[in-house]
Design a protein around this ligand. Structure first.
Ligand code: HEM
Length: 169
């Protein structure tokens, strides 16, 4: 009996441990859908962070970037030029990871938890025109937030080289 109790307790501890690690790996933020497993890394953000924090401050920090990312996505989903591409998108996840990516590349000290640019946009068939439409929407979102042009241009310069990983045709 004592032996049974001990091994039952051991089994319970192992089961809890396994459940705990599975949870840690699969944790999906509330309101988001799970995605296929991938290796999380700041390298997935596609650009190195800036040293100078003045640009990040001109965006009004992480809160400003959260608003800008959300507004860019909302505008793109209402934009007849590109809305179809976002038809099946997990919107809360896109808004969250986009804000993280902007914050990371502007040196705001955020970690980027999303996928890399080539993997996530693969087979989406994004064109240069689609890219220009999305960037226009980002510019409108930055204007609305009152971001000065010197700072807008710094973010655009960080994103421009990513066009090669996003545009496929
Ligand atoms: C430099 C330009 C771009 C950047 C920095 C960017 C960034 C991102 C990020 C961070 C994600 C989320 C990654 C994740 O879920 O792990 C994402 C997903 C997505 N992007 Fe982009 N993107 C760019 C251009 C575009 C363009 C031009 C389009 C189409 C017009 C587009 C459409 C999408 C869609 C539909 C998703 C969601 C994918 C899904 O639901 O699985 N992106 N992008």
């Amino acid at each position: 009996m004592r032996h049974f109790t001990q091994s039952a307790a051991l089994a319970a501890v192992i089961a809890l441990g396994l459940a705990g690690s599975a949870l840690a790996q699969d944790a999906v933020p509330p309101g988001e859908q799970p995605v296929d497993p991938y290796v999380q890394s700041n390298a997935n953000a596609g650009a190195k962070p800036m040293d100078d924090t003045r640009v990040f401050e001109a965006f009004r920090g992480k809160d400003g970037l959260v608003r800008i990312a959300a507004d860019t996505v909302d505008r793109s989903m209402a934009d007849p030029r590109i809305k179809e591409i976002f038809a099946t998108t997990d919107v809360p996840r896109l808004k969250r990871t986009l804000a993280e990516q902007f914050c990371y590349v502007l040196g705001g000290g955020c970690a980027y938890s999303g996928r890399d640019m080539a993997a996530v946009h693969k087979d989406m068939g994004v064109t240069n025109r689609d890219m220009n439409a999305l960037i226009e929407n980002l510019q409108l979102a930055m204007d609305k937030e009152g971001v000065p042009f010197f700072a807008q241009n710094k973010l655009l310069a960080k994103l421009a080289p990513m066009q090669r990983s996003v545009v496929e045709r």
